[in-house]
Each structure stands twice: as C-alpha cells, then as structure tokens.
Design a protein around this ligand. Sequence first.
Ligand code: BGC
Length: 597
Amino acid sequence: MNLWRKLSGPRRAVALAGASALVAGGLVTIPVTAAHAATQCSVTYSANQWQGGFTANITIRNVGDALNGWTLGFTFPDANQRVVQGWSARWTQSGRNVTAQNESYNGSLASGGSTSIGFNGSWSGSNPSPTSFTINGVACNGGTTNPTTSPTTNPTTSPTAGPTTSPTTPPTSNPPGGPRVDNPYLNARGYVNPEWKSKAETVAGGNRISNTPTGVWLDRIAAIEGTDDSQSNGPMGLRDHLDEALRQNAQYIQVVIYNLPGRDCAALASNGELKADELPKYKAQYIDPIAAIQGDAKYRNLRIINIIEIDSLPNLVTNTTNNPGGTAMCDTMKANGGYVQGVGYALAKLGAIPNVYNYIDAGHHGWLGWDSNFVPSAQVLREASRASGASAANVHGFIVNTANYSALREPYARVTDSVNGQTVRQSKWIDWNQYNDELSFAQAFRQELVRQGFDSNIGMLIDTSRNGWGGSARPTGAGPTTSVDAYVDGGRIDRRIHKGNWCNQSGAGLGERPKAAPEPGIDAYVWIKPPGESDGSSREIPNNDGKGFDRMCDPTYTGNARNGNNRSGALPDAPISGAWFPAQLAELMRNAYPPLS
Ligand code: BGC
C-alpha cells in the first residue's frame, strides 16, 4: 500500500455540511395469529433509517394452512410516514393505512413457508415501527401466539430472518439476491477466510481474533482460480471462498478487486502483474471471470461486497509529476485512462449483479485531507464511476484507511484545538490538514461525494484492522501546552513517526473489531487488510509476483519528501507484500486497542 499526500499550506476551509445520513435500526418481531387457523402467520418488520428516510424489510411467515394469495395490512403509527417505493408486492397507502398485495410469483405460501417484501419510506418527526398487522383482512395484532410456530429469536441473531440471511433456503419472493439493502453489514454474519484463520492461529494468542471476517484479496489473475505458488494466496480460489461462505452460513463476504494495469503507480511494494497498457487483459482475464463467478445464481443470497482497487484513483490526483515527487508511471496511468476505465469497467460489470455491493477505495485523511486533494479526489472518483458504462448506481459506498494505520479518533488533538492562540493545524504532525483522524474524514468525504453526485444513501467503510495504537504508549490526555507540537505529539493516539509512513508500522495495534453501523454515515468498521500480512519487504527479495522493493519498508531508510524525510518506522525482517509476517501479527495483538482479553 502506498500513501502519499501533497504538501500544502493553509487553505480556505472546505465548507462541510452538518447532519449526515445515519443508519439506525428499528426492529420488531410480531407474532401474529389470526382468528382462525387458516391464516396463522408471523411477521417480522425491521427498519434501517436515516434522516428523513428508511428502508423496511418485512418477512411474512405462514404458520397456518397454505395460502393462495395474501394481502398484508398495517397502520403507520405516525401521520408523516410514507411508503415511497416498494418491492415484491403491490403497495398502496391511504392515510396511515398500508396494504401490500402479493405479486403473481409469491402469492402461494405453503404452510411453513415465508416470503420477504420491503419498501423505501420517508418520515419526519419520528419513525416508529408499526405494531400490528393483518393478513387477508383478518386482524392479527398479537392475538394468541402459537409458540411452536412463531419466531422465538430476535432477527438480529436469527439466520433465518430477512431475505438474504439463509443461503440454504432461498426466499421465494425477491428477485435473485435483490433488492440491495442499504447497509449489507447490518445484522449480518461475515465470512471468515479459513486460509487467514489458520495462519493467524499459528501465532500464540491468534485464536482470540481468528474468527474475524477479513478481506479475500484477488491480487492477480491466478488468485481467481486459487494458487499455491504465490506468497499471498492459498489454494482457495474465488469459487472455493464463495462455496465456503455458503457452508458457513455467512451473509456477506468481502472480496478485494486489486489488479489494475500499472498497479500502485507511486510505490513499488505492491506493483502487480499487469503492465500499464494491459487494460484489455484486465477486463477479459480478470474482471470478466470474476463477474461470471460472482453472478452464479448459487450465490444470489450472499451479499458479495467488493472493495475496488486500493490506492489507485487518488494517485492520479496527488502523485503525477506535476506534484512534488510524482512518478512517470502515475502520469502514464492518468494519460492512458487505465485506472479510470478499469475501475469503471469493474463497477459496471460487478455492479450489474444484484447481490453485489461495490465500495471504491478512497484513500485516507493523511492523504486526501488537504484542501488541494479533497475535492479533486472526489471528482476523479466520480469520473471513474461514469466510465466504461458504469453509473453512480453501481457504487454502494467507499472505503477509507484500507491497509493503513490512521487512528479512528484523536480525542486529545482535534483540528479545532488551539494552544496559546495558535491553531494546532500548524503543528508538524497535522501540517495544515483539515482532518486529524479517520472518522471525521470519512464522514466529511462522504458529504463531498454526495455533493459530487453520488447517491445520498452511500455508506463509508473504515479499515480498522491495524489502527488501534494501544499498549502502554496510548495517551490518556492532551500533551503539554508549551507549543502546538508538544501538545499534538503528547496527545495523539497515532504513534507513527510521520503520517506519510505506510509500511509495516512498528508500534501499531489491531483496531476496532468489525462492527456494523458504528457511526452516522459509516456502514461498518471492517478488517480488509488481513493482520499479519506484510505491506512490503524490508530488503530486496526476488519474486515472481511483480513486487518491488520500496525503501519505505526498510527500517534503516531515512525517508524522502513524501514523509518529511523521516525514518520509515517499518518493522525489520518483513517478507514481500501479502506474505505471512507472524511477528507483525504478534505486535498488532500486543498493541490492540480496544485491548484483547
Ligand atoms: C499485496 C497483495 C496482498 C494484500 C493483502 C497487498 O499489499 O500487494 O498481494 O494480497 O496486500 O495482504
């Protein structure tokens, strides 16, 4: 992984709007028993809401006699709640009363069968969930519950709740895999990569974290089929992982699409196999086969979350040679359109599959947080989302901090702080950046992306696999007020030597464990970089993977303009990027924050 920022001086602050979208859960399970046996049923209603809008998913389970045609009725508790657009049923609303009549393909509900329907709605004031339902005109508001047939578990934990939760019993009502939910992580169980799990368990104490979902990196064409001869992939190919996800009853899997031509144009450690002019090969031999596998109907009830092309598009803004220290390869990739067209193609092809969720990589605050980089990067992301037949509808969201080390929050060094009348933005550490932590950046960048024309429902992911910065060195309060530098350096959570350091950082710890909807605008904290996999070798190691030697991974290197001529802060004795580096996992566990028990 490379990161890099353009040096910039104080600039006009970007106006950032206040309230951001949030995902909040409203979830009720209503056991419903009709007056006579023929229409016994239970209904689960769950809503994910944000300011002014919500998505409701409803599961009707028939626990009585077979139904041939059904109409669900309910009443919104609030006069301002509205059905805007529904699916898998014919929806009508009159006043606060809503009815949903079956479609031709889901009208028959066998005894014991269930069907899932849903709608997007709007609200103002409050958005309480309805508490009673009718089926075929028969009031079923709680009535007498048949304990043997009513749901006994809250759907947040029940693998049978919701349209995409039970891969072994596909729902009958939805089109394959669809419609997409607003937040694919919410109440969903993630896929645990058995190859990473077994490596993690070779390190003492690794079993404490080895059941954590991590990204499956397709970092070369051969990784699609699975290969044993490279250092970072095991024999499992994409199909093997998807099959294993079904076996695990997982509800989502995270796949990293990472093989652009001229990959990682500003660093050497993660250079890839495709040459700058091999866009046609990227499309035909990499994206097309992935799309064919992900589109297999067998996987239609699994949420396939694609993390699209780490570090690529921001490099076109900050690392072309019109920037200090830019590279000729970034110039080439900008001029030949390989990144923009490649990302667009991936979005269009993979986004056409109804159960696929595309999240594009969007750098991190220590790269794009300066005014000079912030809006231009959002614009390049927009350009790519419209290239090669893609549209903004193919983008579910963005991910920041992938494989990086930026702290989630800096409670003791906020950009709004000042010391003796001087803003801390002028400290060496912050260096006039508008952000000093990843959460504030992610939320603000989301707003900018919406301003640039992305859907207002997009969600952000933050890779927290290695941004914990715990251990004994974790500050518990602000630094001394003797100077802005003393204040910031004393209080900051991120203990790197410089924000521009990106390779195998010494002192880093595991960050927040994966978590859905942790903050407004954030779909999830995720572990995309599998902890214990190297960022790059600390000395030159010949290999057949195209991986170069980047001195930012050499602990003896004293740096360059990109990291303020500081030491690299990298761990010694590291193997090439992607290869297993057990000493790093041990260190990450030691310094984990929140700590491991
Ligand atoms: C490497 C990939 C590897 C990934 C995950 C990247 O830096 O270039 O080969 O799969 O990290 O460890």
